[in-house]
Write a protein that binds this ligand. Structure first.
Ligand code: G16
Length: 551
């Protein structure tokens, strides 16, 4: 590293001192904390994104968001050249960078890491980082810190893509590296044209007219509501009413949004008795999560939740059906045998896993965090992954898509088999291949419901969820809980798993686990049982155990 680069880094980093006593960790989805303490972290994440771009000689991304967290929090996520999350191999460096005590130790770390990774920062190789932020008030100044971080690496370009949903930014990074057009308009065109393609194949008897086809969307008072209103204008055959779009004075993620609806299982603000029986959906603060719900009666706040597991089940069922049509009458030796797999986490409702296995599908569990699910799903030709909280997507392998394109051209024009091929190709373009995306998920759900001629009630009754309850426990040190086996077992603190097991066996179909959150300073508790009362009591007993063991 030459002296000019060193002095630029020294000078710029001295403007972003780390807050005294702060400790940052690249968690489930990047760094998250109270926005007031994040400037130094975001500045350093800018350096990280530029170095990653230099290393891979590709465009990377940096998104300022804290997604489902409260409005006073913020965060930063790095998008790798594939559009997915930052490679896990770089997370220890991300942690070290964020926690370097002063400019000198920061500089030393960068010099050593650049040497180890053979990254040359002489300005001859150009780094390019796309930047996005959600609507949080702290986003603007943090974005400035990120730009300064990127510009601290000589020859780097920070390209501000403006206010975006997280999946839009990830999509753009992927598109840029594939040599495709990558503006927000291009994103909307790809989603809307593949949605329209799926809708042209809706069998005549399934076509729904006008407002019968209305969907009401809760935008969490975040970035998603406004963006969805723009996308809506490019769609046919679907009427969307957006509420909680952030323009009406409501607070981001407060009593609204996918996280609230999924965890609390009650109607979000601005929804109520007029919505009984309607098809409703909730996005989270940065629109990478989606859940559906029904308001069953005017007299109660409770909802019927149609969560990420049910979205996954609908997608799996539809894709399996289309593959069945495509392969009909074809000897298996003459066709590409696509491996279809499903990835869930320990939060998946037991009934959903039973249902998916009953469809004959391979179901795999990973720890929480899209980075883990995505990696696993990429091992299949068609890998469908979803967290119960509504975060997920479908990945298609290049080799399968290549075969499918070819097969589509060989099939008789207008045949059922060709239509199945067109549907699968359209799904591969509609769903975000980079990361979970509430918009592409929502459009795919809507297209499938119409193709199958299903109401939301019919979909919701695919299987009956086991009653469940999730709680959060504030503790002194959440890292004291260490888990194994895709977070189904707590190996630390010693004895806690045995105590959880002793509680769990008291409940028919009881299941419970604990894990440290990677986005909030809490231990999460999950419990399910054959009755709601059982799930609630089990969750409370396990929460008490967490308090006892962790103080
Ligand atoms: C992020 C991750 C998700 C994860 C969620 C909660 O979502 O992308 O994979 O499920 O955090 O994680 P934890 O339980 O560790 O706090 P989001 O929508 O907040 O970015």
């Amino acid at each position: 590293m030459d002296e000019d680069q060193k002095s630029i880094l020294r000078r710029a980093s001295s403007r972003f001192p780390i807050p005294p006593g702060a400790k940052f960790s690249y968690g489930t989805a990047g760094f998250r904390a109270d926005a007031l303490v994040l400037e130094s972290t975001v500045y350093r994440a800018g350096i990280l994104a530029a170095l990653r771009s230099l290393k891979t000689r590709s465009v990377t991304g940096l998104m300022i968001t804290a997604s489902h967290n409260k409005i006073s929090d913020n965060g930063v996520k790095i998008a790798d050249p594939s559009g997915g999350m930052l490679t896990q191999a770089w997370e220890p460096f991300a942690d070290a960078l964020a926690n370097a005590a002063d400019s000198d130790s920061l500089l030393q770390l960068i010099i050593e890491f650049a040497k180890k990774e053979s990254i040359v920062t002489d300005g001859n190789c150009r780094a390019e980082v796309l930047l996005g932020r959600d609507t949080r008030p702290s986003g603007e100044s943090l974005l400035e810190a990120a730009k300064q971080g990127i510009n601290s690496i000589v020859g780097s370009a920070a390209i501000d893509m403006g206010i975006l949903t997280t999946p839009q930014l990830h999509w753009m990074v992927r598109a840029r590296n594939k040599g495709m057009k990558a503006s927000e308009r291009d994103y909307s065109e790809q989603l809307s044209s593949s949605f329209r393609c799926l809708m042209t194949l809706v069998p005549g008897e399934c076509k729904v007219k006008g407002t019968d086809n209305k969907l009401v969307v809760d935008g969490a008072n975040g970035v998603g509501g406004g963006k969805l209103e723009c996308l809506m204008n490019m769609l046919d055959g679907l009427v969307i009413e957006v509420r909680n779009d952030g323009k009406g004075g409501g607070i981001l993620n407060e009593g609204v949004g996918a996280d609230y609806v999924q965890k609390e299982k009650v109607v979000p603000q601005e929804f109520g008795s007029n919505d009984v029986g309607m098809r409703c959906a909730s996005l989270d603060g940065d629109a990478d999560r989606l859940v559906y719900f029904i308001v069953p009666s005017a007299s109660s706040d409770n909802i019927v939740l149609v969560d990420g597991d049910k979205i996954l089940s609908l997608f799996a069922l539809f894709i399996k059906e289309q593959l069945g049509i495509l392969y009909k009458g074809v000897h298996e030796n003459n066709a590409y045998q696509a491996r279809l797999g499903v990835v869930q986490t320990a939060y998946a409702n037991g009934a959903s896993t039973d249902y998916l296995k009953g469809l004959g599908l391979e179901v795999v569990l990973t720890p929480t965090g899209v980075k883990f699910l995505h990696e696993k799903a990429a091992e299949y030709d068609i890998g469908i992954y979803f967290e119960a909280n509504g975060h997920g997507t479908i990945l298609f392998s290049d080799s399968f898509l290549c075969w499918l394109e070819k097969r589509h051209n060989e099939l008789p024009e207008g045949s059922e088999q060709q239509k199945a091929a067109v549907r699968l190709l359209a799904v591969s373009k509609l769903v975000n291949q980079a990361v979970g995306d509430a918009f592409s998920g929502l459009l795919l759900v809507e297209a499938i419901l119409q193709n199958l001629n299903w109401s939301i009630n019919h979909w919701s009754e695919l299987y009956w969820d086991l009653p469940s309850r999730q709680l959060k426990v504030k503790v002194m040190d959440r890292t004291a809980v260490v888990t194994a086996n895709a977070e189904t077992v707590a190996v630390k603190p010693p004895g806690i798993q045995e105590a959880i097991n002793a509680e769990t066996v008291k409940y028919p179909r009881g299941r419970s686990f604990i894990r440290p959150s990677g986005t909030e300073d809490v231990i999460r508790v999950y419990a399910e049982a054959s009755t709601q009362e059982g799930a609630d009591t089990l969750a409370q007993s396990v929460a008490k155990l967490v308090e006892q063991f962790l103080g």
